[in-house]
Ligand binder design. Structure first.
Ligand code: AMP
Ligand code: MG
Length: 492
């Protein structure tokens, strides 16, 4: 008996409602497509057939469009490392269409690496297996950490070798997103002074992401505030887990507040606000601690693109209103970050001095070569008085010992018993993250030995990042080489 092929119940609002915002297009035909990994768990939550997904190499590689798909390349612009590119767009990606999951949420089904499009400029439209798997793993890890993100539905090799640094296996990532609307999508039309199109796009985005605002007064301004709040929440979560995106250009910032486009991203090893992993981020624009500043900068670019909508009659007023929203990013971010950090250090109550306590902790950690992730797991144990695991990794533990005394007083006033506090802290402080040396090893085995074993084993560990399990010590151990020289290259 032949199995039913993968099918989607598409309902394509982007194609239908936004004529002129994209180019209809087709994927390149892959010579020998093969699914290397299918996200059957995600498929299930979307109401898709997981078995059919694993057999859907033609569809997942972009070679064949599934019934009901309207493949298209989206237009967008973007500030890249501060400089504006008026035309970027999906140079190697296609939106196949949208489906509505059993939970009622609409998601995009999207391919990356599916060949050249009208937006390809000099690029080949392709993706290599390593970066495709990196995006797969990172997205799944972020999801399990409770961080909004696009997610991989599957990875397919094309059977073609592509020219990168040497020849690499070509691959296509199928991914799911709340939408692919970016700050840069607004910038594309604003830069062309096509205000009607910016308004049409804003109306579409509001209907999709903030439907309660459809009939609201000041809906464009309130929408901007919602985007600000979503991005502030996202950035707070990135910083809490030690994530460095690496290429926070405005075309890589979503309106939905999901993390998107995992290229040269990495998790920090030891705490360092200046940590940069990407080989192309030479000035540290997107350094670990600078990310909230850059998110606010990107938000200001969205605000600029929307000025004519905010007050079509009075541009000074529009600027004043938009500036208020952009300025509001900082207190919103700070409040969310502080609340998350309180939980990370085991506080259930609020005191005005908590922010200073948290900042003192980071001052004590900086430059000490202490593993950021493991520090918080050790701190949980210290709630019962065992501080040795916290202090031992410090080069000079003087400052952290003083800090621990202040923290002990503070948790004394907080009330909860030690066991409850330890459980609560371990529920917000992961033990397993995508450590850079382990990611590299898993990708190396997949790319060079066609061995997906380490990759799949790592994925399974990362699916439950908060629960310590026997036999997984290697996954929580810091890089034996210290990780200081780790560099990532732009995910192509
Ligand atoms: P990224 O840095 O991956 O977010 O991509 C920035 C821009 O470059 C987007 O417009 C991409 O579509 C485009 N791009 C990246 N890689 C390629 C490629 N291999 N071929 C064509 N366009 C690409
Ligand atoms: Mg991008």
């Amino acid at each position: 008996m032949t199995k039913a092929p993968l099918s989607f119940d598409f309902d394509n609002t982007y194609a239908r409602d936004l004529d002129g915002f994209y180019a209809e297009w087709k994927g390149a035909v892959a010579p020998a497509p093969k699914v290397v990994i299918a996200n059957t768990a995600l498929a299930k939550t979307l109401g898709l057939d997981g078995d059919a997904l694993a057999d859907a190499a033609q569809i997942l590689s972009g070679s064949v469009a599934p019934d009901g798909a309207q493949p298209l390349a989206m237009a967008y612009a973007g500030h890249q490392f501060g400089g504006f590119s008026p035309q970027l767009g999906d140079g190697r990606a296609l939106l196949l269409g949208e489906i509505i999951g059993p939970d009622g949420a609409r998601v995009d089904i999207h391919l990356k690496g599916s060949g050249r499009t009208p937006f390809s400029r000099g690029g080949d439209g392709k993706a290599a297996l390593g970066p495709v798997l990196r995006e797969y793993l990172m997205g799944e890890a972020m999801h399990a950490l409770g961080i909004p993100t696009t997610r991989a539905l599957g990875a397919t090799t094309t059977g073609e070798n592509i020219a990168r640094e040497g020849m690499k296996q070509g691959a296509v990532l199928a991914r799911v997103a709340a939408s692919h609307l970016r700050v840069g999508t607004f910038q594309f039309f604003a830069a062309r002074h096509e205000t009607d199109k910016v308004r049409q796009l804003a109306n579409y985005a509001i209907a999709r992401h903030d439907p309660d605002l459809v009939d609201a007064d000041d809906k464009y301004l309130t929408f901007l505030k919602r985007v600000s709040e979503r991005q502030a929440a996202l950035l707070a979560k990135w910083l809490q887990v030690g994530f460095v995106h690496g290429v926070m250009n405005t075309d890589n910032m979503t309106i939905s507040g999901e993390t998107i486009d995992y290229g040269p991203c990495a998790f920090i090893d030891s705490y360092d606000p200046n940590a940069v992993f990407s080989s192309i981020d030479r000035d540290g624009r997107y350094a670990f601690g600078n990310q909230p500043v850059m998110a606010q900068w990107n938000l200001a670019r969205l605000a600029e693109a929307m000025l004519d909508l905010i007050d079509p009659e009075d541009s000074d007023n529009a600027i004043r209103l938009a500036t208020n929203i952009v300025n509001g990013f900082v207190p919103t971010y700070t409040a969310i970050w502080t609340a998350g950090m309180r939980a990370k250090i085991g506080l259930t109550t609020e005191e005005a001095e908590d922010a200073a306590l948290i900042n003192d902790m980071f001052d004590a950690m900086e430059g000490q070569g202490v593993d950021y992730t493991n520090y918080f797991r050790a701190l949980a144990q210290a709630a019962s008085g065992e501080t040795e695991a916290v202090t031992a990794p410090f080069i000079d533990p003087t400052a952290i010992k003083e800090w621990l005394a202040k923290w002990a007083e503070r948790i004394g006033r907080d009330g909860t018993d030690a066991a409850t506090r330890i459980t609560a802290m371990n529920a917000v402080n992961p033990i397993y993250i995508p450590r850079n040396h382990l990611v590299e090893a898993a990708l190396h085995a997949a790319e060079n030995d066609n061995d997906l074993g380490p990759f799949k084993a790592f994925l399974a560990v990362l699916a439950d990042p908060f629960t310590a399990r026997d036999g997984l010590a290697a996954y929580s151990a810091p890089d034996p080489d210290g990780g200081a020289n780790f560099k990532t290259f732009c995910g192509t």
